[in-house]
Structures are given as structure tokens and as C-alpha cells.
Ligand binder design. Structure first.
Ligand code: NAD
Length: 373
């Protein structure tokens, strides 16, 4: 079976980190039978420059035909003065919308070797392993009406609308409960039910799905303000957190900082199972295009490489291969190999391509050991 993977390197460091991730994909084809066929397409600022739109039709067509998509990052100062409708980020929102990628999975995992590079104390974050499930296609980001109006008295009114329907809440709740079953069985649903009616409905719907379909898991509810505090105070209390688009946007960034660096954080965005059994899925590092270090071979490719591990696990059901890749990353870090973003003062650092090469070398070693065993 050929697995078609579409690469969307995008802008800035996106191209550098995806190049390293592609080598990892090729390694799994050569050594573990992944049998991947990769193709590339344009998204973001590079797509705007080439075609006048950040999300060309050809990219959508290729995305629809692929089994999984790996994205680098989009955006940069070059495109910041463009109209909102053609900004690079529109490409990203567009592909999520077109493929109905409603579930964003963001693990916050603390690698032991990096526990000291977090701003929190080692004893608070060592062993941390949270999965944040963020709803991705609803909420104020897409709700209508929206806009900015000038009122008769000359003042301006800006407004966005928080909208959720019960099926939207139910399907994201199911994703969270399914994940919890494969982890430690606990889901914390985050809302602002004391103030926002739409999220009071969210709470009721999540509870209903739990009671009717997942009574074997443990469900708790938390207000978002408390959740943001608890994430910093005692993050290990959480297993799976499920929340709305906007709350998830903010909480997942807080969670990411617990683990040290943006350069270490993978993510997955999944859609609903299609008639042919495929689940539309896009994998990407959490970080952006990092214009400050773009083109300098300094970016940390591990977030993108760990996104490949998520792809192996969630799109291709290759849990053992995902474990192997994650072990290789853990091993590289334990050897003290660091890009600048995860190095402590005075530590020797490696380049993007050297980090990629270190992962491949460690994969070779681990694979050889596994075969010998
Ligand atoms: P950013 O994530 O690009 O960078 C923030 C800081 O983290 C920078 O100092 C950067 O050098 C560093 N950093 C990020 N990734 C790194 C990596 N892999 N290795 C080492 N250091 C890394 O966020 P920003 O500066 O706010 O945004 C820059 C551009 O990226 C903007 O145009 C923004 O819209 C876009 N952006 C895109 C995405 C995406 O494509 N998913 C996400 C966030 C931001």
C-alpha cells in the first residue's frame, strides 16, 4: 500500500524543518516499510507570491487526494501589510476549513533531558504528558456576524460571534474521550459556562456524550480562568483537556511553554472519517515561520519530526514506528545534542541539518538494536 504524503513547507523556517522531516519519512520507507510517496504544494506567503492567493486550488486538490499532510509554517513580515483576505494565515485557516479539520491535538510532553530548560521548576513539570484537544472550526474565529462598523456618532464597533452547535461539540468530545481511553482515562473539559451561554451548552453536551458513550472514562469540567492557573500551578493533574477554539488557542500555548521551547511541539489536526475510511489529517509544528532565524540553518526541526511521529500513530496506525521515532528524539536529547533554542548558556549547539542527521543516525542505531534483540 502506497501512503501519499503531501508536504507543504510554507514560509520562513517551514522549508528548513520540513526538509529534515522528509528525510525521516524517507528513512521509515527505506527501513520500516512505510512506503510513502511524497509530493509538495504551495501554501501561505510563498503561494501568494507565486499565484496571488495563499491557498491555491491545486494545493486543495492535492490535499484532498493525500493520506496525510505535513505543514511547516506560514507567514512573515513580507506579507503583513496585505489585505486580511490574502494573508498567509488565510491559507492555513482555509485548508483547515476545506478539509473540515475540526480537532486539533496538541501534546505537551516534557522530555526529561529538557526539564531544566523550562521556566517552571523540574519537580512541577518532570514527566508531564498532557494532550490538549482544541476545537478548530467553530467559535469566534468563524462565527457570523463579525466585523467593524462606524456608528452614526462616529465611534467604531467591533464584534465577533461565539457560535457552537451540539453536533460540533459532540464530535470533538468523542475525539477527547477516544484519546483518553488510549491514555490515562481522564478528560477535563474547559469552558466559561458561568458567563457564556454557548459554553454552558458545550458543558452539557460534553457531559451527555460522556454519560451515554464513555462512562468508563472520568470527566471533569473547569472554567478557563482556573484552567490557565492550574496549568502553571500543577500541570500534571491533567491527562486530556478538551476545549473551544479560542480557549484552546491560548491554553495550548501556555502548556507549550511548560515544556521549554516552541521548537519541540508537534500537533495534529484531524477531520471526520470519510466513506473510504480515510481521516483527513494535517500535521504541523506549533511554531510559526520564525522570520528572525529563517534561512540560517538554526531552527529546531524536532517539532516537525515529532509531528511525523504523530502522523505515523494517528494516520497510519503505526504505533511502534511512532514509538521508535519518539525514542530516537529522546535519545538525541539525552546525548546532549541541542539546537540553540533548547540549549542552556554555554552549551554547544548544532544546526537544523545536524539535528536532523542526529535523529537519522539514532534511528539507525535503535533499529539495529531492535533487530538484534
Ligand atoms: P514564531 O513561532 O514564528 O516565533 C516565535 C519565537 O520562537 C521566535 O523567536 C523564533 O525564532 C522562535 N522559534 C519558533 N520556532 C522555532 C524553532 N523551530 N526553532 C528555534 N526557534 C524557534 O512566532 P511569531 O514570531 O509570532 O510569528 C512569525 C510568523 O509566523 C508570523 O507571520 C505569524 O503569523 C506566523 N505564524 C504561523 C504559524 C503557523 O504557520 N502555524 C503559527 C504561529 C505564527
Amino acid at each position: 500500500m502506497t501512503r501519499n504524503i503531501l508536504l507543504l513547507p510554507g514560509d520562513g523556517i517551514g522549508t528548513e524543518v520540513v526538509a529534515e522531516a522528509k528525510k525521516v519519512i524517507d528513512w521509515f520507507s527505506a527501513h520500516r516499510g512505510l512506503n510513502a510517496k511524497t509530493d509538495e504544494a504551495l501554501l501561505g506567503g510563498c503561494a501568494y507570491d507565486a499565484t496571488g492567493t495563499p491557498f491555491p486550488k491545486e494545493t486543495l486538490e492535492k490535499a484532498r487526494k493525500s493520506d496525510a499532510i505535513l505543514l511547516g509554517a506560514v507567514g512573515g513580515p513580507k506579507w503583513e501589510s496585505l489585505d486580511y483576505s490574502v494573508r498567509p494565515e488565510r491559507g492555513l485557516l482555509g485548508i483547515r476549513k476545506e478539509l473540515q479539520l475540526f480537532a486539533n491535538l496538541r501534546p505537551a510532553l516534557c522530555f526529561d533531558a529538557l526539564a531544566d530548560s523550562s521556566t517552571l521548576k523540574r519537580e512541577v513539570i518532570a514527566g508531564l504528558d498532557i494532550m490538549i484537544v482544541r476545537e478548530l472550526t467553530g467559535d469566534v474565529y468563524f462565527g457570523e456576524p463579525r466585523g467593524v462598523e462606524t456608528l452614526p456618532d462616529g465611534t467604531r464597533k467591533g464584534y465577533n460571534t461565539l457560535v457552537y452547535t451540539s453536533p460540533e461539540v459532540q464530535r470533538i468530545a468523542r475525539v477527547a474521550f477516544e484519546l483518553a481511553r488510549k491514555r490515562n482515562g481522564r478528560v477535563c473539559s474547559v469552558d466559561k459556562a458561568n458567563v457564556l451561554e454557548a459554553t454552558e451548552m458545550w458543558r452539557q453536551e460534553v457531559q451527555k456524550i460522556h454519560d451515554e458513550e464513555y462512562p468508563d472514562t472520568q470527566l471533569s469540567h473547569m472554567y478557563v480562568d482556573n484552567a490557565s492557573m492550574q496549568l502553571v500551578r500543577n500541570p500534571r493533574q491533567f491527562d486530556v483537556m478538551v476545549t473551544t477554539n479560542m480557549f484552546g488557542d491560548i491554553l495550548s500555548d501556555t502548556a507549550s511553554m511548560l515544556t521549554g521551547s516552541l521548537g519541540m511541539l508537534p500537533s495534529a489536526s484531524l477531520g471526520a472519517k470519510q466513506a473510504d475510511g480515510r481521516i483527513p489529517s494535517l500535521y504541523e509544528p506549533v511554531h510559526g515561520s520564525a522570520p528572525d532565524i529563517a534561512g540560517q540553518n538554526k531552527a529546531n526541526p524536532l517539532a516537525t519530526i515529532l509531528s511525523v511521529a504523530m502522523m505515523l500513530r494517528y494516520s497510519f496506525d503505526l504505533g511502534k514506528d511512532a514509538d521508535l521515532l519518539e525514542a530516537a528524539v529522546r535519545n538525541v536529547l539525552a546525548k546532549g545534542i541541542r539546537t540553540a533554542d533548547i540549549a542552556v548558556k554555554g552549551e554547544k549547539t548544532v544546526t537544523t541539518s545536524e539535528m536532523g542527521a542526529a535523529v537519522l543516525k539514532t534511528l539507525d542505531e535503535l533499529n539495529k538494536n531492535a533487530k538484534a534483540a
